[in-house]
Design a protein around this ligand. Sequence first.
Ligand code: 5AD
Ligand code: FES
Length: 344
Amino acid sequence: MHNDLIRKLKENRDLPDAELAALLQTDEYDEALREAADGVRRARYGDEVYVRGLIEFTNYCKNDCYYCGIRAGNRAAERYRLTPGQILDCCAAGYELGFRTFVLQGGEDPYFTDGRLCRIVSAIRETYPDCAVTLSVGERSRASYEALFRAGADRYLLRHETADGTHYGRLHPPEMSLENRKRCLFDLKEIGYQVGAGFMVGSPYQTTENIVEDLRFLQALQPDMIGVGPYLVHKQTPFAEMQNGPLDLTLRILSILRLTFPYVLLPATTALGTLHPMGRELGLKAGANVVMPNLSPTDVRKKYELYENKICTGDEAAECRRCLEQRVKAVGYRVVTDRGDVKR
Ligand code: 5AD
Ligand code: FES
């Protein structure tokens, strides 16, 4: 019965909700699912793995998401902001190491007005015309997204977190809404960004039905990138007593995503590597084709703590790049120096 489901998914046919739920709930066919996903990934992207240089440039955040370690309410978090010069230094080091995509990620920090952020984006755009500039700075106005696009940003990552309104309300304070999140994602797409959405696996109160809903939302949005990793506990949040998301389910979802969206750019996330020492390798084998090592200065790495025990916080960018290259090679893939644009 499940092999039949996998075949249907592989032929890129839509599964009804009940069949998707059944696939999400059994571990019996994980190997078949993994092999099918890897086949689809290799047909489209070969053995190439794209690297994104992640620059975590501010951990100030005005939001108070219940799961996140850098939430405004966490008074114990030591806050920092990188200067434009420091950000450009990260890019320079990254370029030398073969990165052709820079991801500027930060909390929702009001200090970074459109003017300030646009100046940083234009500077990167002018210095590295052959690179993609990705932003991951949360919810902003449509006008702001337009200005940043004009300044030279190509891509935008904004996980929807959960496509179910009730679940969204249990993960976020009342000032935040799923409606605005979705508005942002559709605005970004209309403006012309390559867009990434996504969610955490095993976030508190998540049900199988919620995950099916997430897949439906992604089918409606048709994003170029999908960021999915396990939820991981952070003690200085209201979810201190919750549990980490499960490894098996995360891998199963990566495979289902690869089969459902053959073209998608799918990272093996740092959270997955934090959950399990071979997490990222397992993620690649399950269908992921992107890794996003950290280019931030080592002295701030630990401070960008969305969850506990984050990996690679002590390693220089160059070490991390080398380490990753070996890890990727060890499981039969190859890190390439490329912008790594989506192959639709
Ligand atoms: N565990 C795992 N992922 C998290 N994120 C935020 N907090 C956590 C956590 N505790 C994810 C969110 C966010 C992305 C930048 O990191 O999905 O969109
Ligand atoms: Fe960062 Fe291994 S990938 S040190």
